[in-house]
Design a protein around this ligand. Structure first.
Ligand SMILES: *[C@@H]1O[C@H](CO)[C@@H](O)[C@H](O)[C@H]1NC(C)=O
Ligand SMILES: *[C@@H]1O[C@H](CO)[C@@H](O)[C@H](O)[C@H]1NC(C)=O
Ligand SMILES: *[C@@H]1O[C@H](CO)[C@@H](O)[C@H](O)[C@H]1NC(C)=O
Ligand SMILES: *[C@@H]1O[C@H](CO)[C@@H](O)[C@H](O)[C@H]1NC(C)=O
Ligand SMILES: *[C@@H]1O[C@H](CO)[C@@H](O)[C@H](O)[C@H]1NC(C)=O
Length: 670
């Protein structure tokens, strides 16, 4: 049989950054021929809904060829609790009839030589999926898959004993996408003045009482992307690059992978609370969409927006009434056309379900606080803070959220969107409170582009937003009821190592001399960004630089980059460090023409910087803050928040919640 789908090719096509993943495996979470998904060593919240899939692989050729490529179709599986009697899956979960057997074929490359030679290894699969189950009792569960008469794969699952009592009414989770401690340090230096080594003002983050560290690894690779790391933060389950709200399987359909329930789905099912997401990315991007989306492929943007509004199609699955506040960029998935699910007009679909729809800042600010609200302000990612405030001429591009050929200029920033979301969620959540995720997306996006100033500008915007949010919560008298967590989903290998004299660098003819403009140690000087720029006032207020292009600029870089030119100064236009020729990235000679070439460390196909391994910080304040100190996995961020929200319900409370809110769940909070 010919492979119906070349999984490796799908992975390569899905994101450019994955093209360099040179450690190929048949299936990352399954080193044997029998796969239990969720795999070994997974943790669960009591009552959290999830799907189970078993796969039996029969490699037809390649180094693992087995049984002529004929998979065992009569495999059996059992589950036992705390060493007790094993019971069949259907019996244990009271599933009335065994799911039907599914079969498919996939192929993969064993290494780069096989890929160069175009000789994929072909695997035939037999599989069964048990949908929408939950484990209610804390303890250790052993799942055993028996296949090929005598082979066994076991997976140990731990259901954590966590709280059913709510300690925080509200949770606001700020995610600085790609944000590291090094970036926070650099942003502080840009915007806050020191006198003889003493900061005169600080970041709002610096006032948080508790700081921890989370490890961001994927389930099957040590470098993560934003889809599966967001998923880990929202579900307590790690996953695979490009997957969100699911464990990846090997089937060709990206919609049938085993799902896990997310924090907002649980919060809605159990308490009927309100929820919202705000992002400076297009709203179907991984970090916001992982709250409500379930797919093996994060690039299924249209489907994921439909899931957010209408729930998962084709499978019985827990769902919310849709977000109560949903603000960001990404009109491409809302305008009727090729970017939207089934070509439908999603502004109209949201409006039909009672949403106010805002397409600019003025309209957002006047949207009613008692209705669900959608706000989409431009076509793709929102222009960054620096372009909105320092280089507004960069907004003169066709970017209108209706799709009309005109710019979008009446744009909210992260602060306006977040504060409006708090008003709406506070109003609609009522006594059941709310969960809000607010993402500064372009810290990551601009770090990818090696545009350090634009990344740090958006980090400062997030810090300013956090400060304003705390003030707002005080005014609403809910600060003490609200857990605020600020973290990242992964990092980039960024740091500052000195300063550079732009005037001297420009005067040098050859590239090696230009590098002598960099001052290190005693010649690194102090931040000139906090000194007024002669004759210019940006009017951006305290907590932002007074001069974005001083003579002495921060000399900074990242550990992973393509070939590029550096001069360390701010660019008047967003940065494009490379140009592409025949699928390879080369130095863009138009970028930083006065700089010097720095040769890259990445595969020549990478046009941008990539994510790095570093742990990222977790700042917390409010109820349960004390649980956030120390070093832990990204999934623990979920368990800490879930524990604080009392989500560990050892029973199915869907019916209870239905009663509390009348039959259209959630009505009670209007
Ligand atoms: C496996 O078989 C397929 C044809 O079914 C072939 O294209 C591929 O090159 C073979 N792979 C190896 C490693 O022999
Ligand atoms: C919870 O209850 C709902 C409604 O009765 C049902 O559809 C769902 O399957 C149940 N979930 C579990 C995990 O039993
Ligand atoms: C649901 O199933 C139908 C029929 O098989 C299919 O056309 C559709 O694409 C599926 N929807 C999704 C979101 O996968
Ligand atoms: C903002 O949106 C409203 C409602 O769609 C519209 O009437 C108004 O003209 C828009 N304002 C700007 C500045 O685009
Ligand atoms: C970058 O690499 C090229 C070869 O690919 C080499 O010619 C050049 O000297 C290198 N540049 C620097 C600054 O090291």
């Amino acid at each position: 049989m010919l492979p119906r789908l070349d999984l490796a090719a799908v992975w390569l096509a899905a994101t450019a950054s994955v093209a360099s993943a040179q450690t190929y495996r048949r299936f990352g979470t399954c080193p044997s021929l029998g796969c239990v998904i969720p795999p070994d060593q997974q943790d669960f919240l009591p009552g959290q809904e999830f799907d189970i899939r078993f796969e039996v692989h029969a490699p037809k050729n390649g180094s693992e060829a087995f049984n002529n490529g004929v998979p065992d179709e009569k495999f059996t599986a059992t589950i036992s609790k705390d060493g007790g009697r094993p019971r069949s899956i259907a019996d244990f979960f009271k599933i009335r009839s065994e799911p039907s057997l599914e079969k498919w074929t996939f192929s993969w490359f064993e290494d780069l030589f096989a890929e160069d030679a175009k000789t994929p290894s072909v695997v035939n699969v037999a599989s069964k999926a048990y949908r929408r189950v939950a484990l209610y009792e804390p303890g250790t569960y052993t799942v055993t898959l028996n296949y090929f008469s005598g082979k066994k794969t076991t997976a140990e699952w731990t259901v954590r004993p966590l709280a059913t009592k709510k300690k925080a009414k509200n949770v606001i989770f700020f995610i600085g996408d790609g944000m590291t401690t090094n970036m926070i340090t650099a942003a502080r230096l840009l915007a806050h003045k020191t006198v003889n080594g003493k900061y005169q003002t600080l970041l709002s983050l610096d006032d948080f009482p508790v700081l921890g560290h989370q490890m961001t690894h994927s389930i099957d690779t040590f470098i993560t992307d934003s889809a599966n790391s967001a998923s880990a933060l929202y579900t307590g389950h790690k996953s695979t690059v490009n997957a969100l709200g699911v464990y990846a399987d090997t089937s060709p359909d990206p919609q049938d992978d085993p799902k896990v329930e997310t924090i907002v789905e649980m919060l809605f099912r159990i308490w009927g609370s309100a929820w919202g997401a705000v992002s400076t990315a297009f709203i179907a991007d991984a970090t916001p969409i992982a709250l409500s989306g379930h797919s093996r492929l994060r690039s299924q943007y249209g489907v994921l927006i439909d899931q957010t509004l209408n729930g998962v199609q084709n499978y019985s699955w827990t769902k919310t009434d849709g977000p109560d506040a949903y603000f960001g960029g990404g009109a491409d998935q809302f305008i009727a056309g090729p970017g939207s699910y089934q070509g439908k007009d999603y502004y109209a679909e949201f409006a039909k379900k009672g949403y106010s729809v805002s397409l600019n800042k003025t309209s957002l600010l006047s949207a009613p606080n008692d209705k669900k609200a959608l706000g989409i302000f431009c076509k793709n990612n929102l222009p960054v803070w620096i372009d909105r405030h320092i280089f507004p001429e960069n907004l003169e591009i066709n970017n209108d959220p209706t799709g009309a050929a005109k710019p979008a200029k009446d744009l909210p920033g992260l602060k306006e969107m977040t504060l409006k979301a708090v008003d709406i969620l506070h109003n609609r959540g009522g006594k059941e409170g709310f969960f809000l995720m607010s993402e500064a997306a372009s810290i990551d996006k601009q770090m990818h582009a090696l545009d350090y100033d634009r990344a740090l500008g958006d980090l400062l915007e997030m810090d300013d937003t956090i400060r304003a949010t705390i003030e707002k919560l005080k005014k609403l008298r809910i600060l003490d009821d609200t857990l605020i967590v600020v973290s990242a989903d992964h990092g980039h290998g960024f740091d500052v190592f000195g300063s550079s004299d732009t005037k001297y660098a420009e005067a040098q003819e050859d590239e090696r001399s230009k590098r002598n403009a960099i001052g290190v140690y005693q010649n690194s000087g102090l931040s000139q960004y906090t000194e007024p720029k002669p004759g210019v006032s940006y009017g951006t207020g305290a907590n932002f630089p007074m001069n974005w292009d001083p003579r002495y600029v921060l000399a900074a870089g990242v550990g992973a980059a393509p070939d590029r030119r550096e001069d360390f100064g701010i660019g008047a236009t967003p940065r494009a460090p490379t140009t592409s020729r025949g699928g390879e990235a080369y130095v863009n000679d138009k970028d930083r023409p006065n700089g010097f070439v720095v040769n890259g460390t990445l595969p020549t196909s990478e046009s941008q910087g990539v994510h790095s391994l570093t742990d990222v910080p977790v700042y917390a304040r409010g109820p349960c803050q004390e649980t956030f100190g120390g070093t832990y996995s990204n999934i623990d961020v979920f368990y800490k928040i879930a524990n604080c929200l009392g989500l560990a319900h050892g029973r199915n409370v869907t019916e209870g919640a239905g009663k509390r809110h009348g039959k259209g769940k959630g009505k009670g909070r209007d």
